[in-house]
Design a protein around this ligand. Structure first.
Ligand code: SF4
Length: 175
């Protein structure tokens, strides 16, 4: 990849698209849980906030994009909230599928809840929301990661455990 294809600051369009997708996933998830009860929405939103803080504190502080406009805009946000960490920690971090499970729950919890509700009482709107949520989580996320984020990421060039983990998965799927 020519060096110019790596971004120092991502275009605003990437930030808007990546965040729109994320917010859509959160909003659909929250709505599905609202069908079970408002306290579940509250717990779900707390869970999301904790995950976001965890990401900023564990990864973003050590990332190349700390203080810069990364694809999600969190590099800038992180520099406002937390002190800069050590970039070598980002590269050295060992990541396994186990570490990603908490993030998967953001979609899995509402998807499973929605399925149970559908079995109890069929509803076309709920079915539509489940399909959209599944689509955004699978196709949408891999588009953002593949075409917007990782493709132009300087941290990837320096070393990224998440990218290595996904590359391993793609290799094993191809073989
Ligand atoms: S390579 Fe992808 S996962 Fe890794 S820091 Fe860059 S955008 Fe994030």
């Amino acid at each position: 990849m020519p060096p110019s294809d790596y971004y120092d600051n991502y275009p605003y369009s990437s930030v808007i698209l990546a965040n729109s997708l994320q917010i859509a996933v959160y909003a659909i998830g929250a709505y599905i849980l609202y069908l079970v009860g408002t306290s579940w929405v509250f717990l779900y939103l707390i869970y999301i906030i904790l995950l976001e803080i965890r990401l900023l504190r564990i990864s973003c502080v050590n990332c190349y994009y700390y203080g810069k406009r990364c694809f999600s805009g969190k590099g800038r946000l992180c520099s406002i909230l937390f002190k800069k960490g050590q970039p070598k920690k980002f590269i050295k971090k060992k990541l396994s599928w186990k570490d990603i499970v908490p993030d998967l729950f953001v979609s899995l919890i509402p998807l499973l809840t929605g399925l149970v509700l559908l079995i109890k009482r069929f509803d076309w709107i709920l079915l539509g929301l489940l399909v959209v949520l599944f689509f955004l989580t699978s196709v949408g996320n891999s588009f953002v990661r593949g075409s917007l984020a990782c493709k132009h990421c300087k941290q990837r060039k320096l070393g990224c455990p998440a990218e290595k983990l996904f590359a391993k998965k793609n290799k094993s799927a191809a073989s």
